[in-house]
Ligand binder design. Structure first.
Ligand code: MRU
Length: 338
């Protein structure tokens, strides 16, 4: 996994290749995407997911739009419509809009031929820089983890959520490389099981000791003294909160109660320092994800479900934020990050 990429550009066909994450761990399958509509669907269905990977997907999406729009007359309108479609797919992870906008800026005021070249160059650069950022996160974050210990993580902030290496799992990988003896507790992450399906899969593949628990077991293990630190990724960091997979807030509250450090690992592209928690739209996903399990209904038909994909953790619960520019401690000041 560590040498593999999660998504990449295929120069032969001007297409996007990605690991279909809905099939893991049962099946490892790489799919080829040739249209922006199909890419938008892949993002909605979580075939590609995780904030940094969504940034790369958004960037490749604009390059895909430019590469396949052969009409010079409708070029600008097509790119603008495709960019809007991509951005509308998932509202909470700021990296998606960030990746789309960065590639749009690279092609501003250029004729279509040049715009096609520049958009692809910009998108590939975003993908390469994402891996570099993850390695830097690992470099800065690894010293924070214990020499020997157990770290709890939630959802998947690993190589599968990025171009490669990972944010929270990147820090764990770097700690292992430094010679630390870290084992991981991976929360299952209801309802779509990114923790048990993806985090456990990629860590086991790298021979990093990993155990999966149901999400509600975390507090009990903290109380038993079995967890030395918590580390998670982020979908967006505002001036007052960290948005991450639903359940993260619960772990942060429990960690504070049990005096366990709670770390967030995220690149600068995940910060939205001008915004506050109340400005952010939290994605709500379908009832089906909660009310159907293994093809069977698990909630009575007349009972509604609330299915937020993310929650917000106030910054006073966060011990430190590990970024690709260094480690930030309270009181947080994000002014110099971008
Ligand atoms: O709904 P998902 O699977 O896209 O949610 C992903 C997360 O919440 C991750 O923790 C976050 O994007 C950080 S990934 C480095």
């Amino acid at each position: 996994m560590t040498e593999d990429k999660t998504l990449w550009w295929n120069d032969d066909n001007n297409s996007v290749m990605l690991i279909d994450q809905t099939l893991l761990p049962a099946e490892y399958k790489v799919i080829e995407i040739t249209t922006v509509e199909r890419l938008a669907d892949a993002i909605r269905r979580l075939e590609v997911r995780g904030a940094p990977a969504l940034g790369v997907a958004g960037a490749f999406g604009v390059a895909l739009s430019a590469a396949h729009c052969l009409s010079d007359i409708e070029f600008s309108e097509t790119i603008a419509a495709d960019a809007a479609l991509l951005k509308s797919t998932r509202p909470t992870a700021v990296n998606l809009a960030w990746g789309v906008d960065k590639v749009l800026r690279s092609m501003e005021n250029l004729p279509p031929d040049m715009a096609r070249i520049m958009s692809l160059f910009a998108a590939k650069t975003i993908a390469e820089n994402d891996t570099k950022s993850c390695m830097l996160l690992g470099h800065y974050g690894a010293p924070l983890l214990p020499q020997i210990g157990t770290v709890l993580t939630h959802c998947n902030a690993g190589a599968l959520a990025c171009s490669s290496w990972g944010t929270a799992l990147g820090v764990i990988r770097s700690a292992k490389k430094m010679g630390k003896s870290i084992s991981v507790i991976s929360c299952e992450t209801r309802p779509l099981l990114q923790g048990s399906r993806l985090t456990a899969w990629e860590l086991a593949r790298d021979n990093i000791p990993v155990v999966t628990i149901i999400d509600s077991e975390a507090a009990c293990l903290m109380r038993q003294g079995k967890i030395d630190a918590v580390i998670v990724g982020a979908d967006r960091i505002t001036k007052d909160a960290v948005f991450n997979k639903i359940g993260t807030y619960m772990h942060a509250v429990c960690a504070k109660y049990h005096h366990i450090p709670f770390y967030v690992a995220a690149p600068a592209s995940t910060f939205d320092a001008g915004a506050s928690e109340s400005d952010i739209v939290v994605e709500e996903r379908s009832r089906d994800e909660v009310a159907n399990l293994f093809g069977r209904s698990t909630v009575p038909e007349n009972v509604p479900v609330i299915n937020y994909a993310f929650d917000a953790t106030p910054l006073d619960l966060v011990t430190a934020i590990i970024t690709d520019k260094g480690v930030l401690y309270p009181p947080y000041n994000f002014g110099d990050l971008k």
